[in-house]
Ligand binder design. Sequence first.
Ligand SMILES: *Cc1c(COP(=O)(O)O)cnc(C)c1O
Length: 390
Amino acid sequence: MQEARRIRELPPYLFARIEKKIAEARERGVDIISLGIGDPDMPTPAHVIDKLVAEAHNPENHRYPTSEGLLAFRQAVADWYRRLYDVDLDPRREVVTLIGSKEGIAHISLCYVDPGDINLVPDPGYPVYNIGTLLAGGESYFMPLTAANGFLPDLGAIPSDVARRAKLMFINYPNNPTGAVADLKFFQEVVEFARSYDLIVCHDAAYSEITYDGYRAPSFLQAPGAKEVGIEFNSVSKPYNMTGWRLGWACGRADVIEALARIKSNIDSGAFQAVQYAGIAALTGPQESLAEVRRVYQERRDIIVDGFNSLGWHLEKPKATFYVWAPVPRGYTSAGFAEMVLEKAGVIITPGNGYGNYGEGYFRIALTISKERMQEAIERLRRCLGKVEF
Ligand SMILES: *Cc1c(COP(=O)(O)O)cnc(C)c1O
C-alpha cells in the first residue's frame, strides 16, 4: 500500500545520517558525549510528583477528561499570566489545555489552513511549524532569521502578496535553536503586521522561563492588541523538567482557542486529569526548583561559551533557552563539522541545517548534560581541533 502524499512528502529526516554514525560509534565502544539533545536532565520537582500520585488514586480522574481541559488548570494558567506578565485571561474562553504544546502547534494549522494556503514560518526554526503546515496541505513561506537582524524575522522583507495570502505566522522567543530573545517592541510590530494582513500570530513561548543574568522574557500577550490577533503556546515541559508528562496550553484570542479545542475534541480527548492537577502544583506551588534550573543552565552556559571561546570562537552568552548557537569554522558545512567532531572527539552537536536552510553554517549545543561531561567535551575538542578560523 502506498502511503498518503502528506506523509510521503514530509521533508527527509536530516539527522538520519548522523544518527547512523552515532549508532556505529557506540557499537565500536566509543564513549559519546551528546550536546545534541534538548531535553532537561534534571528531575521533576517532588511536590509535583506527589500531587500526581495522590490524584492518580482518585477514581474521578480515571475517566475521559474534557478536551479543553480542567477549568482549575486553565485558571492556574490565567493566574500565572496575571502574576508574571500582568495579562488578563478568561480561563473559560481564552485558555485551552494541550497534551504538550507540540500537540497544539501541530494541530493549529488544521484549524485555518486549506490546501494551497500559506503560513509564515521561521528559518531556522522548530520543525513542527512547517510539518503542521504541510500535514494540513499548506505551504510554508520561510522567514529567514539572520545574525544581522538579531535572529528576528524582517517583517518588511515579506512580500505583501505572500503576507496577504498567509493564514498563520509562527514566531518563537526565546528562540530555539538560536537562543535569541525578542522585546515587546518587536511583538508590537508583529501585532501591527498581523492586523494589516489579517493573519493569526502563533507565538511559541516554550523557553519563557529559561532565562539568565536576571533577564525576564516578555509574553507576546503583553503587546497591546495581541489578544485580538493571536495566541501563545507554552507548557510545563521546560521550566519544571516535565517533558515526558505531556502538558501544555494555548491562550489568547478566544475564537482561535475555541477552534483549537474543537479540532482536539475530534482527535484526542485531552490530558490525563491527574497530570493536569500536577501541572497546577507546578505552576502555583513553590518556585525554588525553577531558580535552581536557571542557576544550573546558566553555569553550564558559561562553561560552554567560555570553553568554545578558548578554542577560538567569539560567542556571546545567550540570555535565555538551554541552547548555544554557534558558527562552524571556515571550510566546513554544518553536517561536515558535526561528522568530524563525532568521529574525532566522540562529541555530538546538532548541525544547524536540520532547522532550515538558514541554519546552514551553524551548529546547536544543548545545555542538558552535566558540567563535567561538558568540560570533557571541550577538552576533547581542544585536542582534535587545530586553529579555527571563521
Ligand atoms: C520543547 C519545545 C516545544 C514543545 O514542548 P512540549 O513538551 O510539547 O510542550 C515547543 N517549541 C519549542 C521551540 C520547543 O523547543
